[in-house]
Design a binder for this molecule. Sequence first.
Ligand code: SAM
Length: 456
Amino acid sequence: MKSKWGRTGRKRKRKGPSGTKSYAANRSHEWQYIQLQRWLKGRGFQGRHLRAAEFADTGRGLMATRDLKPGELIIALPETCLITTETVLQSYLGKYIRLWRPHVSPLLALCTFLIAERFAGDCSQWKPYLDVIPSTYSCPVYWELEIIHLLPAPLRKKALEQKTEVQELHTESLAFFSSLQPLFCDNVADIYTYDALRWAWCTVNTRTVYMKHTQQDRLLAQQDVCALAPYLDLLNHSPEVQVEAEFSKDRRCYEIRTNSGCRKHDQAFICYGPHDNQRLLLEYGFVAANNPHRSVYVTKDAILAHLSPGDKQMPKKWALLKEHDFLVNLTFGIEGPSWKLLTALKLLCLRPEEFTSWKKVILGSFISDANEQDSRELVRKICFHLLDETSCALKEISLVRSKKIFDADAAVHLALVESLRLEEKKILHISANLLQNEPSAGPTGAAGSCSFTEQK
Ligand SMILES: C[S@@+](CC[C@H](N)C(=O)[O-])C[C@H]1O[C@@H](n2cnc3c(N)ncnc32)[C@H](O)[C@@H]1O
């Protein structure tokens, strides 16, 4: 039996995305990666500085085979290797997509192509690429409802919306899929199943790169900015690295240049964007430990639970917050409550005689000692409430795990909720400590001594 850790049977200790040491096992000698390299070479790819490897903390990724200097090109993938809507329109699917009304979206066009090519198996010219694409994903669209319900409320809502979105896309596309019957001997209903569309949808959502192309007038007027980039899509995310990625019109290649550099045998990362963990989990199906962008979202319900009743101006206050966009992205982060959260609470805490000053609050002005104290007391209560809720959720996760045997996929999903909750607990602890140690408020305290961050 082949060793899990590759031909040499040795594990290499390498740096993970948060600077921690991580084990890596070379996978480039495995059959599917050799096939992929050959296929890429046949299409003009010449990369030699990266190789596929399995990393203990991030899973499969690309390892640098030599030191990569800041500013150096780490990958240049020729246009012929990319799958874009143009690829799809030039294929056997083009005629059907052009004819269909209402117009097919770029996302559906890419999904339809992926499903058809995967079904073609050995006959597909994209087979070496399709063979390395995961067969399942860890995004919430794959999760059981029981596990989705363990997520924090704002993410739970988005996860349920994601499930509905894919289900609706499938239902709405059935007639279009039927129109493709002349292309297949098998029944299209057995090819374009919900499971197949969910797989293709996740492939597009987790693996495409941003690439602006000429708007395909035969597709919906939706943004057509995605390209599947074989091999390059083995690069994992780290919030700490900086890269430049774009399609070079001169060299007709999708190029990635590292600004941070990378040591020989370390994992080469790219940055998918300054995403917090809830977004990473929803869109990419993973949680990054010590993510500098991590934050805990505060819902209107969590605030309402701690407001004293009897404030006649409350409906007006909520209306003002909504009108001025102060009801979204209210968060606790690694530097404490965000400026936006604190400002919203200050407005809610205005006493009747101060209400006319609401505009000043939104502009960030100091109103009164009483307002400072009330809003800080409120933010503390919300922070401790969220800490309690997070601890309860973690207990619930342990209980669920002890009561039921989950299959391997569901166990991964449960572990992801647990990681997210643990990361959120850390943030809330930091905030709680900052709030506990804060000097009592006053005009000076409000301006100078507080650690609250201004949200951009
Ligand atoms: C573009 S692919 C990267 C390659 C992928 N690991 C693979 O084996 O095909 C994006 C997916 O990789 C995984 N991923 C990316 N960055 C990660 C990280 N820092 N930690 C854990 N998983 C990560 C997530 O599953 C994500 O949806």
